[in-house]
Design a protein around this ligand. Structure first.
Ligand SMILES: Cc1cc2nc3c(=O)[nH]c(=O)nc-3n(C[C@H](O)[C@H](O)[C@H](O)COP(=O)(O)O)c2cc1C
Length: 233
């Protein structure tokens, strides 16, 4: 299908060697603005993009990324961070915006002030986190129940949304004529320290960004057969 969207999707590849050409700040900002339009659980947008611009920090970050090939040549390195305690701040912002637009529906207010805290909090010493899954599981025997999240479920939930934003960012970069390499091959403890992250935040992935060199693609794309990836019931 001759369509710009498919052109972008088909030409986005993981690039492991980059040209030295810089990535203009305005291009990066446009791509990050696009990434922030990715869908997120309850619209809570748990992500943050950190450009590791300082050359000393960049050297440390390269090492944290295990000195993989892509970080050695990429003009830009971004950390895609997920914060699973930002839900309260972001929930308040959503309610503030709704209010500034007129009024907040009762069901929306109830969702953000009662249901969301129930999903995201687990009480002191994670006490609720122990009971919540059992309550959910038992109720699910009699009626459909969303998962009452434990601490690790909340973490997964935040990473899911953040990864969608990262995917959108990679496609936006491609649409601008740039390339990227997502990396989860890195030291998570050192990454936290470099970025000064608290215990409720983590690097979801690093993204090396730039223009692909002639050695950028290591192989032709390999895809699983469609019968493994799509079915009807
Ligand atoms: C979450 C995630 C982590 C990845 N980590 C690495 C990595 O640490 N190093 C690397 O070279 N590629 C990494 N990749 C790139 C994958 O190997 C690549 O996406 C896959 O081989 C498919 O190739 P394509 O993106 O060119 O279609 C990662 C991709 C994803 C989505």
């Amino acid at each position: 299908m001759p369509n710009l969207f498919y052109e972008v999707v088909n030409s986005r590849r993981t690039v492991r060697d980059f040209l030295p050409d810089p990535v203009p700040t305005e291009v990066l900002e446009r791509c990050i603005d696009a990434a922030c339009k990715a869908p997120s659980s309850s619209n809570l947008q748990p992500w943050e993009f950190v450009w590791i611009e300082n050359s000393q920090k960049r050297e440390v970050a390269n090492h944290i990324c295990l000195d993989q090939g892509p970080v050695k040549t990429a003009p830009v390195l971004l950390a895609v961070v997920t914060h699973w305690t930002h839900w309260k701040r972001n929930r308040n912002e959503i309610l503030r915006v709704f209010e500034s637009r007129g009024s907040v529906r009762t069901s929306t207010r109830k969702y953000y002030t009662r249901i969301i805290p129930l999903i995201y909090t687990n009480g002191p010493f994670n006490l609720l986190g122990f009971w919540k899954p059992w309550v959910g599981r038992i109720l699910s025997l009699v009626r459909p129940m969303p998962s009452l999240q434990t601490k690790s479920d909340v973490r997964v939930m935040a990473h899911k949304s953040t990864a969608l934003a990262a995917a959108t960012l990679m496609l936006a970069l491609r649409a601008e004529g740039f390339d990227s390499c997502p990396m989860e091959g890195f030291d998570p403890w050192r990454a936290k320290k470099l970025l000064n992250l608290g215990s409720q935040s983590e690097v979801c992935m690093f993204l090396a960004v730039g223009k692909r060199s002639a050695k950028g693609l290591w192989w032709e794309r390999i895809l699983m057969p469609r019968t493994w990836t799509f079915r009807k019931i």
